[in-house]
Design a protein around this ligand. Structure first.
Ligand SMILES: [Zn+2]
Length: 171
């Protein structure tokens, strides 16, 4: 893990930066380290752990709510890492209305699916199959998703992300 979770002064998750950039923010008194990573830098006369989570010392205004990037990782997290049709571990992305029938690649039309269901469904609409989804697909909301769409969340980050959106610690 070579990235650091950055929290606003209010603990709202803002994003992710490289660990060394996070360390510079701490050394310049612009941020405070809340959690150390297991990477320790040694230098003449001492050593210092690179931070895993930092909090900015001054509040930064976030101008608007960013749309959550639609990525495979974020989609699987939204759906709990499970196939929405049969709850087997998700391995693929399914377009509820198939792309061949005009379905979009949008949060409202993509779901996590297992290989088997995706293969069985092929390009048929759900009503032809008599299948149901466990929930209506929607764009996730909450500041935690600023971080989740960008890559893997470190286990140390989860307690800081959970208050700002539902997070599954799935792979
Ligand atoms: Zn399935």
């Amino acid at each position: 893990m070579s990235r650091t979770l950055v929290l606003n002064a209010t603990y709202e998750p803002l994003g992710v930066v490289p660990e060394r950039r996070a360390l510079i923010l701490v050394l310049n008194s612009r941020a405070t380290s809340l959690e150390d990573s297991d990477v320790v830098l040694h230098f003449t006369g001492g050593e210092i752990a690179l931070p895993s989570v930092i909090k900015l010392n001054r509040f930064v205004r976030v101008p608007y709510r960013h749309a959550v990037p639609l990525s495979r990782r974020a989609l699987f997290a939204r759906d709990g890492g499970r196939c929405v049709y049969c709850t087997a571990p998700a391995t693929s992305i399914d377009h509820v209305i198939p792309r061949s029938r005009g379905g979009g690649h949008t949060w409202e039309n993509v779901v996590s699916a297992c290989h088997r269901c995706n293969h069985l469904k092929a390009d048929r609409p759900l009503k032809d199959l008599g299948w149901r989804m466990r929930s209506i697909p929607r764009e996730p909301v909450g500041a935690a998703w600023r971080v989740l769409g960008t890559g893997r969340a470190d286990a140390q980050w989860l307690p800081y992300l959970q208050p700002f959106g539902v997070i599954e610690a799935s792979a």
